[in-house]
Design a protein around this ligand. Structure first.
Ligand code: NAI
Length: 465
């Protein structure tokens, strides 16, 4: 007899593990199947967490080189890359084990192995050829995404890297070519540039970070160039060829200039694609869209009503926090509650130095929908805390409805932007106006005063600039 569950979640990343915990909290008998051997998915194992660890460690190394300028005398600053990598790996282990502990605490059954659908209620779990079948009233697919490569090119994770290989190099490459000026390219480029690589970014478009407010994207590009990262915009990759030493990449820009980049390694960071292999979805007739994503309705149901999908396998930004929200919402919907995700207010953060963060609409979005708006801006150059600690780059930009003053979008490039954006997410969830933000007392001296000043500036009454 196969064991019976109310909810079985396939995939233990941020969408899946959060969903499993919430389902169990709601009294549903829940199991989560994961093939990796550790919980937490791409985010904890080979994505957000190890990259944030390396971003922090490489930034410390970079800052330490300038300590003498601020009155801290040290000996020679040397890099011990293997220790740095151990440090990163420790952070990953602690957090993935932490999720395992949370499963035990919340009575979620953790099943190791590869899950695939036998029919609409039965799942086979293959753990190194040890097979078992379980049954469930509801099945949730949260198998995430994998790095996309260029046509005809394969990742070997030694010379041609995805983010996974870029997080695990055992020596600092002299030259690193990055294809794609998006989140992964810029975060990984920052890490290896700080550790000593000559980093070049090839981007197909005329700007980096597509989708970001253009003014912020332009400022971001300027700052990254000052950090000595080289950019080749409007540039297409023609050929990639591995050599004894590394990789040769031939590029072609819109002015017909051809360049041959002889590089030690190449990071291909041109996006991710949904991971739905081996689930047996075709046989069951689960509908996919033209991008290979599982089609769902507003309750995350596929065309087979008791099979749901959440996270990177469905439409929307491939972000861990979006996936977590969907995990909670679907568990609550299955339990008969009113689960809901507000897709208008999913913040985005790029963890470079300075950080970039946003929530809501960009100016370009507002123009597209013919929404009239007012703009308030405030530079960190005029923020006392930022000046005191010598982090004056960047600014806060608030977009508010021209008539009602309701905040429609907030964009920050500057110190701790990723933390500060949460204030604006909350404010916007409550429907705040820029006047509300401007009249809220912000502690002095803090970076967040730049938000208050930007809100004052919507009405041209900022005090400090
Ligand atoms: P992305 O979509 O952020 O950026 C890909 C970039 O590559 C774009 O600028 C695109 O124009 C460019 N591109 C595409 N094809 C190209 C080609 N043939 N030649 C040159 N440029 C080309 O994708 P990325 O950076 O790979 O990240 C994947 C996903 O991971 C994203 O959805 C992102 O949301 C997520 N992520 C989020 C992070 C965060 O929240 N901080 C960090 C890392 C990843």
């Amino acid at each position: 007899m196969s064991e019976k569950f109310d909810v079985v979640v396939i995939g233990g990343g941020p969408a899946g593990y959060v969903c499993a915990i919430r389902s169990s909290q709601l009294g549903l008998k829940t199991a989560c199947i994961e093939l990796r051997g550790t919980l937490g998915g791409t985010c904890l194992n080979i994505g957000c967490i190890p990259s944030k660890s390396l971003l922090n460690l490489s930034e410390s190394f970079h800052q330490a080189k300038d300590f003498s300028k601020i009155g801290i005398e040290t000996g020679d600053i040397k890099l011990n890359l293997s220790k740095m990598m151990q440090n990163k790996d420790k952070a990953v282990t602690v957090l993935t084990k932490g999720v395992e502990f949370l499963f035990k605490k919340n009575k979620v059954t953790y099943l190791k192995g590869k899950g695939s659908l036998l029919d609409k209620n039965r799942i086979v779990i293959d753990d190194k050829n040890n097979k078992q079948t379980i049954e469930s009233k509801n099945i949730i697919i949260s198998t995430g995404s994998e790095a996309a490569c260029l046509p005809g090119v394969d990742f070997d994770e030694v010379k041609i890297l995805s983010s996974t290989g870029a997080l695990n190099m055992n020596k600092v490459p002299q030259k690193m070519l990055i294809i794609g000026g998006g989140y992964i390219g810029l975060e990984m480029g920052s890490v290896w540039s700080r550790l000593g690589s000559d980093v070049h970014v090839v981007e197909y478009l005329d700007h980096i970070t597509p989708g970001l407010d253009k003014e912020i994207s332009n400022e971001f590009l300027k700052i990254l160039k000052k950090q000595n990262i080289k950019f080749h915009l409007n540039t297409k990759v023609e050929k990639i060829r591995k050599t004894d030493k590394g990789v040769n990449v031939e590029t072609h820009d819109t002015n017909n200039n051809k360049v041959l980049h002889e590089s030690d390694v190449v990071l291909v960071a041109v996006g991710r694609k949904p991971y739905t292999k081996n689930l047996n979805l075709e046989k069951l007739g689960v509908d996919l869209d033209d991008k290979g994503r599982i089609k769902v309705n507003k309750n995350f149901q596929t065309n087979i009503k008791n099979i749901y999908a959440i996270g990177d396998v469905i439409e929307g930004p491939m972000l861990a926090h979006k996936a977590e929200e969907e995990g909670i919402a679907v568990a609550e919907l299955i339990a008969g509650q009113a689960g809901h995700v507000n897709y208008n207010l999913i913040p985005g953060v790029i963890y470079t130095t300075p950080e970039v963060a946003y929530v809501g609409k960009s100016e370009e979005d507002l123009k597209k929908i013919n929404q009239s708006y007012k703009v308030g801006k405030f530079p960190f150059l005029a923020n006392s805390r930022a000046k005191a600690i010598n982090k004056p780059e960047g600014f806060v930009k608030i977009l508010a409805d021209d008539k009602t003053d309701k905040v429609l979008g907030v964009h920050i490039i500057g110190p701790h932007a990723g933390e500060m954006i949460a204030e604006m997410s909350v404010a916007m969830e409550f429907g705040a106006s820029s006047e509300d933000i401007a009249r809220t007392c912000h502690a002095h001296p803090t970076f967040s005063e730049a938000i208050k000043e930007a809100a004052l500036s919507v009405d041209k009454r900022q005090i400090h600039s």
